[in-house]
Design a protein around this ligand. Sequence first.
Ligand SMILES: [Ca+2]
Ligand SMILES: [Ca+2]
Ligand SMILES: [Ca+2]
Ligand SMILES: [Ca+2]
Length: 288
Amino acid sequence: MSKSKFFLEKVLVGVFCAVFLMGSAITVMGAPKKPKKDKTEIAAASEEPATGSMTIVLEPANAQREVGGKVRVHIYADNADTLISMGVQVSFDPAILQVVDAKKYEVFEDGWVMDADGSDATTDDQYTTPAVEIDNINGTVTMIGGRLIGSSTEGLSGKVLLGLVVFEAITNGTSNLNVDLGKYHPNDPADTFNNFVTVGGTVDEPTNVPGDLGMICVVSELACEGDVNGDGVVNPLDAFIFKNAFPSAFGESNYNSICDLNGDGAINPLDAFIFKTDFPRSNCPSCQ
Ligand SMILES: [Ca+2]
Ligand SMILES: [Ca+2]
Ligand SMILES: [Ca+2]
Ligand SMILES: [Ca+2]
């Protein structure tokens, strides 16, 4: 390992710890840069106002499943502005749902990867820690991520995928999906860490958390999995949405998690079978 690479690794680990443990992102963001600092650039960055309008979005936000069915919920930060860190906790009713899989989006190009040399050709210098924490006893999933790619990190903007959770329906009932920030100070629970930090060093927390951002209801035998637009019936409007997503796999442009009716990351004949058993229907149960 070269000296400079080792240094970069130390810096990145230091930045990571600082962002998530100390919350002093502004100080540490200067660290990976060369000693000669461009004052105009720094001034411009610090004057940049936080947008204040970033929100967390769950897709699907609403779904029905039979007992034993699975739903794959994607977590986005919408209207994001050059994010380099994120931290969310999703709460659910563990009597109704259990998490069978949860992960951050860790694709190099636009995911939560910290890479010391800025090249995806070398992967032994990449960090994706901390691991996603699944607590099926208390009903929480916590995911925290950072994105620092060498010294030219641009951050993630627009509609940014944070990660995904796959739930299995355990018994009849309704579970809200509440999203909160990922980390609060352990000694002072009223204090948050800086969960969402922009590349300019400002903190830009989502404006709609904590909040119930989704609802999954479980109804044995009667669930309308096929109601992909959530209007209470399964009709040609749903078939149109489903057909546009069929076939596809996660990562392809027409993949739509709302149509992934068995939550396995692809929309294929297995999902079509589930859809067809519900089509057409006008007696979908209403969740409450
Ligand atoms: Ca690398
Ligand atoms: Ca059904
Ligand atoms: Ca519908
Ligand atoms: Ca599927």
